[in-house]
Design a protein around this ligand. Structure first.
Ligand SMILES: C[S@@+](CC[C@H](N)C(=O)[O-])C[C@H]1O[C@@H](n2cnc3c(N)ncnc32)[C@H](O)[C@@H]1O
Length: 285
């Protein structure tokens, strides 16, 4: 994709998130900011059970596609120094109001995650929770994440599972037990009533990470826990569906060239990297 293509997608998504902010995220932000625990995804899986982030104390963190920046707030309370980036002024205005209300301040930056105004080698951790990880061209945002990470720094991101993106209906409603489109169709998909999303297959995503010098540490495929309730706004998948199939992919990767700090117990990669080895080129970070 060219930077002009990325700019057009960012404009579509900025317009979408102004609407979603009015409909949902602005009203929910206070509750999310005040939540005591870090949780992942539409079924609120506790980070304490997953252990993807490790100890964030003293770490320079960038959150890409932060929305109302509650995830950065959670990290700041645990001693990290976040910079929260989003392309939507509406979402950042909500984040700013929450900063004032909760008296917890960190930089909020309006920018496209595929063209970051952040210095190279300035972060120990880059996170994205349903942010750039879903809404940006993978080569663009992962390239930027690799550029701003220090050697040995980590990239942790959550997005829809590839499978759920294949099973949701084209208009509205949760995933069905039936494939609705081909996998190549979701690598970049512009929903008729929504935004532009990116759901590369696992092999393609691993190849992109490796091309930018990032080694995959783990891929957790998240399911609904027993007794889970359907999300009140994001109707991606019902609990019954997500008990059977993964609804979200949580990736952890590390930029080569530095020493691991060894504070996270890493799970094995779930999927093979045959495609990645075939496509591996020099990192551009
Ligand atoms: C689902 S929200 C993620 C934020 C938060 N973690 C959440 O779950 O509400 C997606 C965010 O990605 C942002 N976004 C979309 N395209 C972007 C881009 N090109 N660069 C930066 N942020 C972008 C949107 O503005 C939106 O705030």
């Amino acid at each position: 994709m060219t930077s002009a293509d990325r700019g057009r997608d960012a404009a579509v998504n900025r317009a979408l998130w102004r609407v979603v902010n009015e409909q949902y995220t602005d009203g929910q932000a206070g509750q999310r900011w005040s939540a005591p625990d870090i949780v992942w995804g539409i079924f609120d899986i506790p980070e304490d059970e997953i252990g993807a982030l490790g100890d964030v104390r003293g770490k320079d963190v960038a959150e890409l596609g932060c929305g109302t920046a509650y995830f950065s707030a959670w990290l700041a309370r645990r001693g990290a120094r976040p910079v929260a980036v989003d392309v939507s002024e509406a979402q950042l205005a909500t984040a700013q109001r929450c900063q004032d209300r909760f008296e917890l301040r960190f930089p909020l930056v309006q920018a496209d995650a595929t063209a970051l105004p952040l210095a190279p080698d300035s972060c120990d951790l880059v996170v994205s929770e349903y942010g750039a990880s879903l809404w940006c061209d993978p080569d663009g945002w992962i390239g930027e994440a690799a550029r701003i990470l220090r050697p040995g720094g980590r990239l942790v991101f959550l997005t829809n599972s590839v499978l759920v993106s294949l099973c949701v209906p084209a208009d509205e409603g949760p995933a069905a037990a039936k494939l609705a489109r081909g996998q190549r169709d979701v690598a970049r998909i512009h929903w008729s009533d929504g935004g532009v999303e990116f759901h590369p297959g696992h092999g393609e995503l691993i190849a992109t990470l490796r091309r930018h010098g990032l080694e995959v540490e783990s891929l957790r495929e998240l399911h609904a826990p027993p007794g889970a309730r359907a999300h009140s706004y994001y109707e991606i998948a019902e609990p019954q569906w997500a008990e059977q199939w993964p609804v979200e992919d949580l990736w952890c990767a590390r930029l080569g060239g530095g020493s691991a700090d060894g504070d996270v117990e890493h799970m094995p990669v779930v999927h093979g990297d045959r495609a990645a080895r075939g496509a591996g080129g020099p990192g551009v970070g």
